[in-house]
Design a protein around this ligand. Structure first.
Ligand SMILES: CSCC[C@H](NC(N)=O)C(=O)O
Ligand SMILES: [Mn+2]
Length: 414
């Protein structure tokens, strides 16, 4: 294997520079999809992709795509991707390191004049986090043909539709032409993604990187409970139809259902809750909250969801509440390509790196790229497993090891 080294300094400088865009007061990052900050990030990534010898375009889902042709233009591409949009007040490594590592791989292939048969693409997927329109993995779902007109009509908290947000993002994006941006298995051979682990396993076991065997499937819901509004001071407790108390009871049940089997990695989270009309002296008319249920085993996840839905019905009935349940994401758990797991293992052996194989609790664009390609992921250790908040941190040495493994894995297949 020809020994080429990645440019750690360039990688580190770019992580820092990109994290300046959308910087929050407590040193976090906020680049919500299709926002001004996201656009500024795309402009900077476009510059870097061009420097790496990539021809840059946007597809009509808002995905930023850099491409370098191979010797045989009829072959499917080798794609390296992740995302650069963030959660609200998030960290500066989630998604970013995968896109910057992809650009770094392109730089090395270009600078070392590596000849390659397959075209290479580096992609920053649009709205992986789902923090604007409340349904993540948008750009990757679009690329594999799983986005419809209804998805474009979703609105954000300012009542702006995704359709209008895409239109006004610029770069020639036209949501009326999304069908032209759908890719097929004939167009993508392998998809690689490097991402911070966002969990504590690699730190606890003292490995810099890990090979991902499979990705847990997230199911997202919005639950609305409707009761009777009233004066906080005058309505006797026994006469109330208070949706907030109903929500409290249901949320406790979500925890109980997900913890029922202590050996299972089933997880449930309520990350957002709102009371309407909202006021300390008003018994709410209605309460809306999100539900995020995940597991690496689809049947076990769906059984947990079934049990939670029964609890929602029972508690609502007992409290005289009406309820509505809307599903926003239904991503099935997915296994990574055995071919690429073996490639990563071979590369780590050649680099004399001992590396564990592990499951991803977080969702990734890779889970939908698996629909049209063989997909492989590597994880980079992050401090205390912290993610989705400003204290998210990954050491550049670990990021560089991951990028080196990614580079060598790509070199084995191009
Ligand atoms: C619909 S899944 C949203 C994607 C997000 N992904 C990461 N890596 O944080 C997550 O796992 O929450
Ligand atoms: Mn994330």
């Amino acid at each position: 294997m020809k020994v080429v080294s990645i440019n750690q300094k360039r990688l580190q400088e770019r992580i820092e520079k990109l994290s300046e865009i959308g910087k929050t007061k407590d040193d976090g990052v906020q680049r919500v999809a299709l926002s001004d900050e996201d656009r500024e990030g795309h402009l900077l990534l476009t510059e870097w992709m061009r420097e790496a010898g990539l021809k840059v375009r946007h597809d009509h889902f808002g995905n930023l795509i850099g491409r370098k042709e191979g010797l045989n233009p009829n072959l499917p591409c080798i794609m390296i991707g992740s995302h650069t949009d963030s959660v609200k007040n998030g960290g500066k490594f989630d998604g970013i390191i995968g896109v910057l590592a992809g650009i770094e791989v392109a730089h090395i292939i270009n600078e070392e004049n590596v000849s390659h048969q397959y075209p290479i693409e580096v992609v920053s997927f649009c709205e992986e986090e789902g923090s604007r329109f409340n349904d993540g993995l948008f750009g990757s779902r679009g690329m594999v043909g799983k986005i419809n007109r209804e998805d474009l009509e979703k609105t954000d908290e300012n009542k702006i539709s995704r359709y209008d947000a895409l239109r006004s993002f610029g770069f020639g994006i036209n949501p009326d032409l999304i069908d032209n941006s759908v890719r097929t298995p004939k167009e993508v051979k392998y998809y690689f993604e490097m991402h911070i682990e966002q969990g504590p396993y690699l730190q606890e076991t003292n490995y810099p990187i890990g090979i991902v065997s499979g990705i847990a499937g997230p199911a997202w819901f919005k639950v609305k409970l409707i009761g009777e509004a009233g004066h906080a001071g005058t309505v006797p407790m026994n006469l109330r139809k208070d949706p907030m108390i109903g929500a409290a009871e249901i949320i406790k049940e979500i925890e109980s259902v997900c913890m029922k089997n202590p050996t299972a990695p089933t997880v449930g989270t309520v990350g957002l809750i709102n009371a309407f009309p909202g006021g300390s002296n008003i018994i709410p008319r209605s309460v809306e909250f999100t539900m995020d249920i995940r597991d690496i085993v689809l049947e076990r996840r769906n059984e947990a969801i079934r049990e939670i839905k029964i609890k929602i019905e029972e508690i609502s009935k007992a409290r005289g509440l009406e309820f509505e349940i809307e599903q926003n994401v239904d991503a099935s758990p997915v296994q990574c390509s055995k071919t690429l797991i073996k490639t990563f293992k071979d590369v780590c052996e050649e680099l004399q790196l001992e590396v564990p194989v592990m499951v991803s609790g977080a969702g990734h664009d890779a889970m939908f790229l698996a629909d049209i390609s063989e997909m492989g992921m590597i994880f980079v250790r992050c401090r205390d497993g912290i993610s989705h908040q400003p204290n998210e941190w990954a050491d550049i040495e670990d990021i560089s090891i991951g990028t080196k493994v990614l580079l060598e894995a790509v070199l084995k297949h191009i």
